[in-house]
Design a protein around this ligand. Structure first.
Ligand SMILES: [Zn+2]
Length: 258
């Protein structure tokens, strides 16, 4: 059986300064055998770019939201804009939203307020949510535990085994990125093996987090093939089998047609 084309479930083709010609990048990605990409918004401007790209290109889908590092710009009127965007068929999730205690651009209390306001919207719309979390897994899981429901994805999961077990117990999904290909990432691979395979998706986070052998260079959505290969190796399955699994998972989580 030929594996179906991969889906890069998280990239930033919608960051105009990092991908000045996103259409050329989409063409390059499709030529490399990757069928679909999800462009992830982080604030008003990048969400708007993601929506525009998704409306223009059949291969691209969008998410919209306010990243914790942009929490300082958040205004409650933005919730109405998000609601309008989330009604569009090519807008497949709210995100990336969450907590970031590494950069702490906004105070923690403010990050929590912005996160909760957007989670209330997600509950109202019953839409999938993509979470960004950095050095804040215990706090994020505390927020999600009382409101956990199907449709929560921890993008670029980097928690430890205990946090992985807790998140899996809550029914969360997990995004796997370039670091799975790094020689030094044995503990990440052990965490991934502990997770339910039917809740794993692959992503690049391009232009960030390039997989081996592109470390030090900008990442590209086409390199999601290397992430799939790295995950396949970590799980002890063939690349085709892993591609079939992760594509089906992406379709189920984001409601993409098969
Ligand atoms: Zn991202």
């Amino acid at each position: 059986m030929t594996p179906r084309a991969l889906v890069d479930t998280h990239c930033h083709l919608n960051f105009p300064n990092l991908f000045p010609d996103p259409d050329a990048e989409v063409d390059f990605t499709v030529a490399a055998g990757v069928g679909r990409m999800i462009a992830v918004g982080c604030d008003h401007e990048t969400s708007q770019h993601a929506v525009a790209l998704a409306e223009r290109r059949t291969e691209v889908f969008a998410t919209v939201g306010c990243h914790p590092n942009s929490a300082g710009e958040f205004e409650s009127a933005f919730l109405d804009t998000l609601r309008e965007w989330l009604a569009l068929p090519k807008v497949v999730a709210l995100g990336e939203i969450g907590l970031d205690y590494h950069w702490n651009v906004a105070p923690k209390e403010h990050q929590h307020a912005v996160l909760n306001a957007q989670l209330d919207l997600a509950d109202e719309l019953e839409c999938p949510v993509v979470f960004h979390c950095r050095e804040a897994y215990d706090d994020l899981l505390d927020v999600l535990e009382p409101r956990a429901r199907p449709g929560y994805l921890l993008h670029c999961f980097g928690g430890d085994l205990d946090q992985a077990a807790r998140a899996a117990e809550l029914g969360l999904w997990f995004g796997v990125d370039g670091p799975v290909t790094y020689k030094s990432a044995d503990s990440l691979r052990a965490v991934l093996r502990s997770l339910p395979p039917e809740r794993l998706v692959i992503e690049t986070d391009a232009p960030y987090l390039p997989p081996h052998p592109y470390r030090g260079k900008p990442n590209r959505p086409a390199y999601v093939r290397l992430v799939n290969a790295g995950l396949a190796q970590a799980l002890g399955m063939g690349e085709d089998e892993c591609a079939t699994l992760t594509t089906a998972n992406a379709e189920r989580f984001f409601g993409l047609s098969a």
